[in-house]
Design a protein around this ligand. Structure first.
Ligand code: TA6
Length: 277
């Protein structure tokens, strides 16, 4: 556990990988496989101009969006986009290390009042090995049904945005958030060449990301949609925490619940993203 300019990190140095998790947001910031052949490279993208001091959500790694995805609505209107938990400190509940993996369980330090009013509890479980497993588990602790939207908002690193493809979404319907959520059918592989913000309406368990000639399988469970986002040049420039050329080295591929999930009293829902480089 280290503190660097007022930000607390967990740094994991394992024979097979290195990982950095910020206490703020309970957010995975870097995961670097050590396969000694190639130059160690962070599989995740992290903006160089993002504040890490807790003043605002960290731009990059894997922000956790909960208990809503996107702009706050209904009772929550006026609250931050993508919910509370990426903007609060988290506590480490448990860590288990072995010669093949490290498992961490963390939970956000929400106030009692907020937890009570939400009627929902949440924990994240990371399992790091030669893969990255991220599990966001929500429990409805109340006596009423509770709506929930959420996303594991992963920023994948690209060597060059001009040489990537997302495979596995051909013929899948998506909502184009840049065109009033118009419904569109994906034609072929997904290749980002401009500002892209799409919610693919699928619970399929796998897509693949081709980063140059490197294939990465991205598996999911408990999701009802897969979000694909790249702000492209103009939008990246307009976000002070997004370094200007950052858009050429990232793509967000997110397992999400965006289609009206409702948890019954005492129900537990697990949203999983498993990254297999
Ligand atoms: O994941 C796509 C998205 O919902 C986009 O609409 C964009 O807002 C992005 O998230 C980043 O949101 P943020 O609040 O982190 O700037």
């Amino acid at each position: 556990k280290e503190t660097l300019n007022s930000c607390v990190y967990y740094k994991i140095e394992h024979p097979k990988f290195a990982a950095t998790i910020s206490e703020f947001g309970g957010q995975l910031l870097s995961f670097t496989p050590k396969d000694n052949q190639n130059e160690p490279q962070n599989l995740l993208w992290l903006s160089e101009s993002s504040p890490l001091d807790g003043s605002k959500p960290i731009r990059g790694g894997v922000p956790l969006c909960w208990p809503w995805f996107g702009p706050a609505q209904g009772d929550f209107v006026g609250e931050p986009q993508h919910g509370y938990i990426r903007s609060v400190p988290w506590s480490l509940i448990n860590i288990v290390e072995s010669d093949t993996s490290v498992e961490m369980i963390m939970q956000p330090n929400l106030t009692k009042e907020l937890s009570q009013s939400l009627g929902l509890d949440v924990q994240v479980r990371y399992v790091f090995a030669d893969t990255i497993s991220i599990e966001l588990t929500t429990t409805n602790t109340s006596t009423e049904a509770k709506p929930l939207s959420q996303a594991i908002h992963t920023y994948f690193a690209l060597d060059n945005v001009n040489d990537h493809k997302v495979l596995g979404l051909n013929q899948i319907r998506y909502l184009d958030k840049l065109d009033n959520a118009a419904e569109v059918i994906q034609d072929g592989d997904v290749v980002i060449t401009e500002h892209t913000d799409r919610v693919y309406l699928t619970a399929q368990d796998k897509v693949s990301l081709l980063n140059g000639n490197k294939n990465m399988d991205i598996l999911g469970q408990g999701h009802d949609s897969i979000v694909v986002w790249n702000p492209w040049q103009e939008n990246a420039k307009n976000m002070v925490d997004f370094d200007d050329q950052g858009y050429t080295n990232m793509i967000c591929i997110e397992m999400a619940n965006t289609q009206g999930l409702v948890l019954q009293p005492q129900q537990v829902h697990k949203l999983v993203q498993l990254i297999k480089p």
